[in-house]
Ligand binder design. Structure first.
Ligand code: T4K
Length: 372
């Protein structure tokens, strides 16, 4: 066991024959990218699953989010209320659109943006709210959508981690003005690299994004409507999504089993594990533990280093905070919880092929940690 390396994530893969069958189709029809037949088939499957046909596919989650924000044509310098407790992609997408992130604190019970603190950060310059369903824990979408409507702001969710999550029996992607998904290889469902934007209210976003992600070319008029980018999903990526599609429920079920085992084994003082609200359908995307040194005896960095000695590679998702760079400002008083969580959180290995024995081994190392 000690020589085996265990990473925080291993990509889930479909049966290789299934992927090869799709690749053969690509070779036969010689359509490799630019909204080919597999792209269309994958989009149709997602439409059915999510119950929304305003879906646009992208080459990755980052470009999906950046293009979604861009599509609303916010005035340069507009303020966007968001969380510092996320992957840096969220903040870079806001900044790359010429906007300014304004950081709001998170809640200690699920690390998502504190909806009760959003309104106090709204100024005449605020144009949007970009909350993040971090680890797949859903933000308070109903309250946030209400605030956005009341103040005429757009709610654009970074739902990179939230594939498969449902609130009130409907996909999480059906809240807000738009949501982005990441289909990166490290996600529970993926297309190698890939992403998606789901728009709500009408098909404005889908039309806009289809143009923006294709250099700004509007194929319906052959006009170049605006300066765009190249952010299209290719056929090999769509093939991976189609190959993994039949596995989604199995993947989520196995992740649930692993998390339940972790929870049972790690029921010890000083280790806090989030319990998502039982009214939602959760996707078991990550397994973060919050370590309280006073009660546990060791801090997060000590646990990380100790596990590494035994070839267990955990990750500090999310440290440092996304406001800790030289291109954004922050009021430290507004991010007290985020600062604490970022300094004490550790994501443990989680992927369907992780064996129960591996989980028990990781937990026994944590429980028996010592200075050696
Ligand atoms: N918004 C949020 C909230 C996000 O979390 C992300 C991405 C985005 C936006 C942007 O979405 P994308 O543009 O990525 O679609 C990873 C992922 O690259 C990134 O997708 C993800 N979030 C972020 C949280 O994590 P790293 O730097 O931790 O990945 P890496 O390469 O170190 O991989 C982690 C472990 O996984 C490695 O120890 C080994 C293993 N691994 C990884 C890959 C890629 C494999 O075994 N095989 C593989 O192919 O960023």
């Amino acid at each position: 066991m000690e020589n085996k390396k265990i990473f925080v994530v291993r990509p889930v893969l479909p049966p290789v024959e299934r992927y090869i069958d799709y690749v053969k189709q690509i070779f036969n029809n010689q359509y490799l990218t630019n909204q080919g037949p597999l792209h269309k088939e994958f989009q149709a499957k997602l439409t059915e699953l999510i119950g929304n046909d305003n879906i646009t596919l992208f080459c990755n989650g980052h470009m999906a989010l950046e293009c979604a924000i861009n599509a609303f044509d916010f005035e340069n310098g507009g303020e966007v209320i968001t969380t510092p407790y996320t992957f840096i992609s969220t903040i870079n997408a806001i900044i790359n659109c010429g906007l300014k992130p304004v950081f709001c604190d998170i809640k200690m019970d699920d690390y998502t943006i504190d909806e009760d603190k959003i309104e106090s950060l709204i100024t005449p310059k605020t144009v949007a709210i970009v909350p993040v369903h971090v680890y797949g824990y859903p933000c308070n979408v109903k309250k946030i959508d209400e605030i956005a409507n009341k103040h005429h702001l757009k709610a654009i969710y970074d739902a990179a981690h939230a594939f498969g999550v449902e609130v009130d029996g409907k996909s999480i992607y059906n809240f807000g003005d738009a949501s982005m998904a990441s289909f990166h290889s490290t996600k529970l469902f993926h297309t190698i690299e890939g992403g998606m934007v789901v728009g709500n209210h009408n098909d404005f976003l889908k039309k806009r994004l289809t143009v923006i992600k294709n250099f700004g070319i509007d194929e319906t008029t052959t006009l170049i409507e605006e300066s765009g980018v190249n952010a299209k999903m290719n056929e090999f990526e769509a093939a991976m999504g189609l190959s993994l599609f039949p596995e989604i429920e199995k993947i989520i079920a196995r992740r649930k089993e692993i998390i339940e085992l972790y929870r049972k084994e790690l029921n010890i003082p000083g280790i806090k594990i989030v319990t998502p609200d039982n009214t939602i359908k959760y996707n078991y995307a990550y397994f973060p533990i919050l370590i309280d040194k006073e009660k546990f005896g060791y801090n997060r960095d000590e646990v990380l280093c100790y596990l590494e000695k035994y070839n267990i590679y955990t990750r500090k998702y999310f440290y440092p905070l996304c406001c800790d760079n030289n291109y954004t400002d922050v009021n430290e008083k507004n991010i007290v919880n985020a600062r604490y969580v970022s300094n004490n959180i550790l994501s443990l290995p989680l992927y369907p092929t992780l064996e129960n024995n591996d989980v028990i081994y990781i937990c026994s190392l944590i429980k028996n940690i010592k200075n050696d």
